[in-house]
Design a protein around this ligand. Structure first.
Ligand SMILES: N[C@@H](CCC(=O)N[C@@H](CS)C(=O)NCC(=O)O)C(=O)O
Length: 242
């Protein structure tokens, strides 16, 4: 029998939604893909978290998920109760609110979500229209489009927006946001395809400032060096080709 989202957990969920003193487990496969952003949010926020991989996906974990897919977030509160959040969008939204990554007001949030959504277009193109294509000729054409059109356009607009915020390593104001984190995640994919030809300190100093700032967060730097992160980089190469 498939589980549903248990309404009896409402009060406990609401009580803990903004608290940060829990421990977290993010369950996803040994690739970055849809797990990359939730993992990066947990890492950059300095959360006490674990990057977990399924042990026997088809026979074990899959049956217990809410939608038959991953990622899934498990939060253990200080009193030992477990909160579960399924689906990448819901997980990212939940974590962003909890860790104050949506700016200081509704206007900040609108901007952060606009930048984040624009970043999604780049990661979705790579995932769906390059990695997701089997035909080698079509794949090569899409990859060229990615390098020659998608990345240059993205870089032009985002460099402009980041320059307008003072080239200070943030999209909005002077604090870390969801958009900053997502930018660094998508840059790893862009670098994997284009190297640092289109994004680097000289050509895109404002984008580079975000890259440096997020990578300098000690808890994030620790994540990037971790075995789980590196295993997911390898998994990405094998499964998705970038
Ligand atoms: N809408 C879901 C999609 C999740 C999804 O498709 N996950 C894939 C991996 S990227 C999965 O779990 N595949 C394993 C399966 O279908 O058994 C989300 O955004 O979280």
């Amino acid at each position: 029998m498939t589980r549903t989202i248990d309404n009896t957990t409402r009060a406990h969920f609401n009580e803990n939604a903004l608290k940060q003193d829990s421990t977290f487990k993010l369950l996803y496969f040994k690739v970055h893909a849809l797990g990359a952003n939730p993992r990066a949010i947990l890492a950059a926020s300095g959360a006490n978290w674990e990057c977990a991989f399924p042990k026997d996906w088809i026979n074990e974990e899959k049956k217990n998920t809410l939608f038959g897919v991953l990622p899934n977030l498990f939060e253990t509160t200080p009193t030992g109760e477990v909160i579960e959040v399924a689906e990448s969008d819901a997980i990212e939204n939940y974590l962003c609110r909890k860790f104050n990554l949506l700016g200081n007001d509704a206007f900040d949030e609108m901007k952060i979500r606009a930048f984040s959504c624009s970043i999604n277009s780049v990661s979705n193109f790579l995932l769906m229209k390059v990695a997701g294509i089997k035909d080698p000729e079509v794949k090569a054409t899409m990859r060229t489009q990615f390098v020659e059109t998608i990345v240059p356009r993205f870089v032009t607009y985002h460099e402009r927006h980041l320059e307008a915020n003072g080239r200070n390593g943030h999209y909005v104001g002077d604090k870390l946001s969801y958009a900053d984190i997502k930018l660094v995640v998508v840059l790893v994919s862009i670098f994997s395809v284009t190297g640092e030809t289109q994004v680097n300190k000289q050509v895109t100093p404002a984008i580079w400032a975000v890259w440096e700032k997020v990578n300098a967060i000690p808890s994030y730097a620790k994540w990037v060096k971790s075995e789980e992160y590196q295993a997911s980089i390898e998994g990405n190469m094998q499964l998705l080709g970038y």
